[in-house]
Design a protein around this ligand. Structure first.
Ligand code: ADP
Ligand code: AMP
Length: 221
């Protein structure tokens, strides 16, 4: 289908994918499909998937491909029929191939894959300082603090730290990223889909270069 935007945000944990996705989703009205959020919802509801995924998530390992692929493809069918913004998927070559096959089957294709590039040295500090509310609004204790400590600016809900955002789990998540997910950079580069943005700068500047990388027109003021 022409004009359909099918985007992937790729990058290590803490790179700022969720932060950029929130802006992109608001601007473009794209359905936002984040496998981490979907898995946490399953875990909170104690569904069979959530129960099985919980131990993997708590230790920073990846949930097995077959479970995550089924979850994500169902979600695309339900909410992403006319475009989507993926965050946290694919995370392995097997997931990338399954997504390609499903899109091909539906005569669809990816529009672009944006790599939010941030060196490892910065990621630990970003993740350990991350706080969020139950509504999914994300802050950072130093880089993006709420007006009133521990309380969400948007909905007044208390902020909490994700249980896998503690330093020892973060180290494992970064190791897993380099081993399992980083090869996807080459996978999408070879297909001419990869766009790199420097995620080290302040979030607003990252967003401006992301829009530029996607050749999106300047937002109206
Ligand atoms: P990801 O979704 O890639 O795991 P997040 O968007 O949740 O990453 O960002 C991780 C943490 O870093 C959050 O606390 C967020 O507020 C903060 N953050 C995001 N982008 C930036 C940035 N450009 N500079 C500094 N901190 C950032
Ligand atoms: P995230 O919210 O993207 O940081 O993901 C949190 C956790 O959910 C990860 O550390 C994994 O355990 C699990 N997870 C999320 N997305 C995937 C995926 N595509 N494949 C496997 N596990 C995933």
């Amino acid at each position: 289908m022409i004009n359909e935007l099918n985007l992937i945000l790729l990058g290590p944990p803490g790179a700022g994918k969720g932060t950029q996705a929130a802006r992109l989703r608001d601007d473009l009205g794209l359905p936002y499909l984040a496998t981490g959020d979907l898995l946490r919802q399953h875990r909170a509801r104690a569904t069979p998937l959530g129960v099985e995924a919980a131990a993997y998530m708590a230790s920073g390992r990846l949930v097995p491909d077959e479970l995550v692929i089924a979850l994500l493809l169902a979600e695309i069918e339900e909410r992403g029929e006319r475009g989507f913004l993926l965050d946290g998927f694919p995370r392995t070559p097997g997931q990338a191939e399954a997504l390609d096959a499903a899109l091909r089957e539906a005569s669809r294709a990816l529009s672009a894959v944006v790599l939010v590039d941030v060196p490892d040295g910065v990621l630990l500090e970003r993740i350990v300082g991350r706080r969020q509310c139950a509504g999914g609004h994300v802050y950072h204790v130093s880089f993006d603090p709420p007006a009133s400590a521990g309380v969400c600016d948007v909905d007044g809900m208390p902020l909490f730290q994700r249980d896998d955002d503690r330093a020892e789990v973060v180290r494992e998540r970064l190791r897993v990223y380099h081993e399992a997910t980083a090869p996807l950079v080459g996978y999408y580069e070879a297909r001419g889909l990869l766009r790199r943005v420097d995620g080290l700068r302040p979030a607003g500047e990252v967003y401006a270069s992301l829009r530029e990388a996607l050749a999106l027109p300047e937002p109206a003021l």
